[in-house]
Ligand binder design. Structure first.
Ligand code: NDP
Length: 281
C-alpha cells in the first residue's frame, strides 16, 4: 500500500489563514519583519523575495535592506542595532550566507533575541533546550507542525535525524526530544546509516544528497520527512529520499517540492506574528 502524502502546501495555507486571524486581533499594531540581504547571491535574492511576498499576502510589514558585498561588519552591525531599536520591526532576519569577511556568529549574536525570528541566537538555541520563551528555527518547527497536523505523536517513538546542522538537524532532534521521542542523530561520520535509519518510527533526512534514503533505509510504516533540496539530472528540484520507492513502504511521507519547503516560510511568518503579539502585551 502506498504512503499518505503529507501535503506541506495545504498545511502551510491553513496555518497562514490562522495567522491572518491573529494579525487582525492585533488591531492597530502591524507585525513588521526586516530582512537584510548582503551581496548578489541569486538564490538568496529568490528566497528574500519569496519571504517578502509571503509577508505582503498576510499584511505583515516587510522592510528589505540591501547591502553590497563590500559592506563592513561594523556597518552591518550598526544596521542591526538600529532595527533592534525600531518599534515597527518585530522580527529581524539576516539572509545567509554572508560575505567571507563577516563573522556569522557576531551578526547572529547582534540581533536582539526577542526579534530573532530565525531562532539562531544562542539565547533562543539555549532556551530550546532549557525552556523559557524562545523562537525555534523555522524548518524543524515547521516539521513539528506537520507531524501535529498528521496526528503523529512523537512520544515514545524512535526518531532518527540524518544531519546535524545548527539550522535543521540539531534543533529537529531537540524539538522531538522535548515531545518525548527517543532521538538518534546520524551524520557524515555515521558508520552504517541504514542500521540506524531502519529503526526509525519517524525519519527526518536533512542532508542535501539526492537518493541518499532508499527503501532499504526505512522500516515499514515509518513517517518519512524529507528536508533535502537537490536537483536531479533533469534539473528538477528533489529531496534526499527516493520518494517512489519509500512511499511503498512508509505510512506517510513528504514530497519535494511541496513538503517541508512551504512550511519553512510559514514558520517565519508565524514567529514574526508571535513576536508582535509578545511586544503588544
Ligand atoms: P548542512 O550542509 O549544514 O548539513 C548537512 C548535514 O548532513 C551535515 O550534518 C552532514 O554531516 C550530513 N551529511 C552529509 N553527507 C552525509 C551522508 N552521506 N550521510 C549522512 N549524513 C550526511 O545542510 P543544512 O542542514 O543547512 O540543510 C540540509 C538540506 O536541507 C539541504 O539540502 C538544504 O538545501 C535543505 N534545506 C531545506 C530547507 C527547506 O525549507 N526545505 C531549509 C533548510 C535546508 P557532518 O555534520 O558530519 O558534515
Amino acid at each position: 500500500m502506498s504512503a499518505e502524502m503529507i501535503d506541506g502546501k495545504k498545511i502551510a495555507q491553513e496555518m497562514r489563514e490562522q495567522l491572518k486571524d491573529r494579525i487582525a486581533q492585533l488591531q492597530d499594531l502591524t507585525p513588521g519583519l526586516a530582512v537584510i540581504l548582503t551581496g548578489d547571491n541569486q538564490a538568496s535574492k529568490t528566497y528574500v523575495s519569496m519571504k517578502q511576498k509571503a509577508c505582503e499576502a498576510l499584511g505583515i510589514y516587510s522592510k528589505l535592506i540591501e547591502l553590497p558585498d563590500t559592506v563592513t561588519q561594523s556597518e552591518l552591525l550598526k544596521v542591526i542595532h538600529e532595527l533592534n531599536d525600531d518599534a515597527k520591526i518585530h522580527g529581524i532576519l539576516v539572509q545567509l550566507p554572508l560575505p567571507d569577511h563577516i563573522s556569522e556568529t557576531s551578526v547572529i549574536e547582534a540581533i536582539h533575541p526577542s526579534k530573532d525570528v530565525d531562532g539562531f541566537h544562542p539565547i533562543n538555541v539555549g532556551r530550546l533546550q532549557t525552556g523559557g520563551e524562545a523562537f525555534y528555527p523555522c524548518t524543524p518547527n515547521g516539521i513539528m507542525k506537520m507531524l501535529e497536523y498528521q496526528n503523529v505523536d512523537p512520544a515514545g517513538k524512535h526518531a532518527v535525524i540524518v544531519g546535524r546542522s545548527n539550522i535543521v538537524g540539531k534543533p529537529m532532534g531537540q524539538l522531538l526530544l522535548k515531545r518525548g521521542a527517543t532521538v538518534t542523530y546520524c551524520h557524515s561520520k555515521t558508520a552504517d546509516l541504514a542500521i540506524h535509519t531502519k529503526q526509525a518510527d519517524i525519519l527526518v533526512s536533512a542532508v542535501g544528497v539526492k537518493d541518499l534514503i532508499t527503501a532499504d533505509h526505512i522500516k515499514k510504516g515509518a513517517v518519512v520527512i524529507d528536508v533535502g533540496m537537490n536537483r536531479n539530472d533533469e534539473g528538477k528540484l528533489c529531496g534526499d529520499v527516493d520518494y517512489e520507492e519509500c512511499s511503498m513502504k512508509a505510512s506517510a511521507i513528504t514530497p519535494v517540492p511541496g513538503g517541508v519547503g512551504p512550511m519553512t516560510i510559514t514558520m517565519l511568518l508565524f514567529n514574526t506574528v508571535e513576536s508582535a503579539e509578545r511586544f503588544s502585551r
